[in-house]
Design a protein around this ligand. Structure first.
Ligand SMILES: Cc1ncc(COP(=O)(O)O)c(C=O)c1O
Length: 461
C-alpha cells in the first residue's frame, strides 16, 4: 500500500542537485520510492491560491489542497507574518503545566465555534496524535468512572484514522495494518456507508445498526468509543445516510459508549461548516481535528472534548497523564488564529455551501464517461468511483487497478496539470478536495483535465 507516485520522466542531473539529494536522503511517506529510480521526484517549490509550481516552472491546479489541508489556499502571507511575529515574541513554550496567550485564545475560539458543550481543547501536533489522544482520553474517562473494562473502539472498514499504533488499531485498511501487527488491542470494525455496492433493498440505516450489533457482540461493558468521520475519506467520500448519525448517537447513549467525530479532514469549512457534525446535525462527545485548522501552514491538531468528558479531570489531584512537547505550539497557534481570521473574513463556509452544487454538477457530468460509476461527497470533498462495468458496477481487479491508477492515471493527471488523488484503498477512486477558495474557473479546469484523461484511460483499458 503506497500512494500512487506522481512520476515525471527523469531529466539529466548533477550530483548534489535537489533530485539527487531527494533520491539519496529523503524518505517520503507512504511512497514506493523505487518508482523514482528512473523518474524524477516531483519537487513543489511555491504556491498561490489554488495553484502550485514545481522546480521546472510547471503550474498545477492543487485539486487536493496538498493533502486535504490547505483550506484557505496557498501563498497567504498574512499567516506567515503572524507566525513570524509570534516567533519574535515567544518562539516556544509548552502546554505542560503552563499556558501562553495564543494557545488560550485559540482554545477559546475553537470552543466558540464547536457545537453544544464541546468546550475544552487539548492540542496535538497533528491528526494521528489527536486520534490517539481521544482514544486514550475515552479509556481514561471510563476508568475514572469505575468502568475500567471499557477499552475497545469501533470504527469502520476502510476508514483511515492515522498511523500511530493506537490510531492504527482504529484504521480499517488491512494493508496498512497487517505489516505492523500486533497493534494496540481493541480495534473493531463495522461496515461503512458506501451504498454504491450494497445489495438493493437494504435498509438505509443498516450500517448504523451494525454498530449496535457489534457493541452487543463485544459486550457493551468492554466498549469505550465509536470513531467515525462525518464523510469517510478512504474508499472515496462515503457520505452518511439520512438519520445515520442520529441512530449512532442513540446507540452510543444506550450502551454508554462515547462518540468521537474524526474531523481531521471534515472541519474548517471542508464541508461548508466549521465542523462536519454540524452539517449532519449530531452532537459528538469528542471531535478530533488537524489539517485545515492552520490550513497546514504549521503542524497542529486538537481534541475538542465536551464538558461531560472534561469534568472528572478538573477536580482534586486528577489529570490526563498524556501530552506532546509541541501540543499547542505558539507559532502553530498563531498560524491557526490568522487562518481562522481569513476563513471568517472571506466567508469561506458560505462560499463552499454556495458553490458546492456547481462543483458537484460538473463532476456529475462525468458520469457520461464509461469508466465513471459513481460520484459522491459533500462540500469541497468529492470522489469519483471508477468501474469496469457501469451496469453491474463491477470494479477493477488488483492487477487492472494497478495498471489503471499507477500505470496511467496518476502520472497522466499530474502531467496534465492536476494534483488529485487516484486511490485504491477501497475500490478505485479519484478524489478531489480543492482549496476552499476554488471557484468556477478551477471547477472547469478540473472538469476539462479529468474528462480527457479518463477518456484516454478507458481507451487504453
Ligand atoms: C480522518 C483522519 N484521521 C486521522 C488522520 C491522521 O492525521 P495525520 O496525518 O495528521 O497524522 C487523517 C489523515 O489524513 C485523517 O484523514
Amino acid at each position: 500500500m503506497a500512494t500512487t507516485p506522481q512520476t515525471v520522466p527523469a531529466a539529466p542531473k548533477a550530483e548534489g542537485d535537489l533530485q539527487d539529494l531527494a533520491k539519496r536522503h529523503l524518505w517520503m511517506h507512504f511512497t514506493r520510492m523505487g518508482a523514482y529510480k528512473d523518474a524524477d521526484v516531483p519537487v513543489i517549490t511555491r504556491g498561490e491560491g489554488c495553484y502550485v509550481w514545481d522546480d521546472q516552472g510547471n503550474r498545477y491546479l492543487d485539486g487536493l489542497s496538498a493533502l486535504f489541508c490547505v483550506n484557505s489556499g496557498h501563498g497567504r502571507t498574512e499567516i506567515g507574518e503572524a507566525m513570524s511575529a509570534q516567533a519574535a515574541e515567544l518562539g516556544f513554550f509548552t502546554n505542560w503545566s503552563y499556558a501562553h496567550p495564543r494557545a488560550i485564545e485559540l482554545a477559546a475560539r475553537i470552543a466558540s465555534y464547536a457545537p453544544g458543550d464541546l468546550n475544552r481543547v487539548f492540542f496535538t501536533s497533528g491528526g494521528s496524535e489527536a486520534v490517539e489522544s481521544a482514544m486514550k482520553l475515552c479509556r481514561n474517562w471510563h476508568r475514572m468512572r469505575g468502568d475500567g473494562q471499557r477499552h475497545k473502539v469501533i470504527a469502520r472498514e476502510i476508514a483511515y484514522h492515522g498511523t500511530t499504533l493506537g490510531a492504527l488499531s482504529a484504521t480499517g485498511i488491512t494493508a496498512l495494518r497487517s505489516v505492523f501487527e500486533p497493534l494496540a488491542p481493541g480495534g473493531c470494525h463495522v461496515p461503512n456507508t458506501n451504498e454504491y455496492h450494497w445489495p438493493e433493498g437494504r435498509d438505509a440505516l443498516w450500517a448504523a445498526d451494525a454498530i449496535e450489533e457489534r457493541i452487543v457482540f463485544e459486550g457493551p461493558e468492554t466498549v469505550s468509543a465509536v470513531i467515525l468521520e462525518p464523510v469517510q475519506n478512504a474508499g472515496g467520500c462515503f457520505t452518511p445516510q439520512d438519520g445515520y448519525f442520529q441512530r449512532v448517537r442513540e446507540i452510543c447513549d444506550r450502551y454508554g459508549v462515547l462518540l468521537i467525530s474524526d474531523e481531521v479532514i471534515c472541519s474548517w469549512g471542508r464541508l461548508g461548516y466549521w465542523f462536519g457534525c454540524e452539517r449532519y446535525g449530531y452532537q459528538p462527545d469528542l471531535i478530533t481535528t488537524a489539517k485545515g485548522l492552520t490550513s497546514a501552514y504549521a503542524p497542529m491538531g486538537a481534541v475538542i472534548a465536551s464538558d461531560r468528558i472534561a469534568e472528572p479531570f478538573l477536580e482534586g489531584t486528577a489529570s490526563f497523564a498524556h501530552g506532546f512537547t509541541f501540543g499547542g505550539h505558539p507559532v502553530s497557534a498563531a498560524a491557526a488564529m490568522a487562518n481562522l481570521d481569513i476563513l471568517e473574513r472571506e466567508g469561506i463556509n458560505g462560499h463552499v455551501r454556495t458553490k458546492e452544487g456547481e462543483f458537484r454538477s460538473m463532476l456529475e457530468g462525468l458520469r457520461e464517461l464509461d469508466i465513471v460509476g459513481d460520484v459522491r461527497g459533500a462540500g469541497f470533498f468529492q470522489a469519483i468511483e471508477l468501474v469496469k462495468d457501469k451496469e453491474t458496477r463491477e470494479s477493477f481487479d488488483d492487477e487492472e487497478s494497478e495498471r489503471l491508477l499507477r500505470g496511467f492515471l496518476s502520472g497522466e493527471l499530474y502531467r496534465s496539470g492536476l494534483i488529485c488523488r487516484a486511490d485504491d484503498r477501497g475500490d478505485p477512486v479519484i478524489q478531489l478536495s480543492p482549496p476552499l477558495v476554488a471557484d468556477t474557473e478551477q471547477f472547469e479546469e478540473i472538469d476539462g483535465i479529468l474528462r480527457s484523461v479518463l477518456t484516454e484511460a478507458w481507451k487504453r483499458l
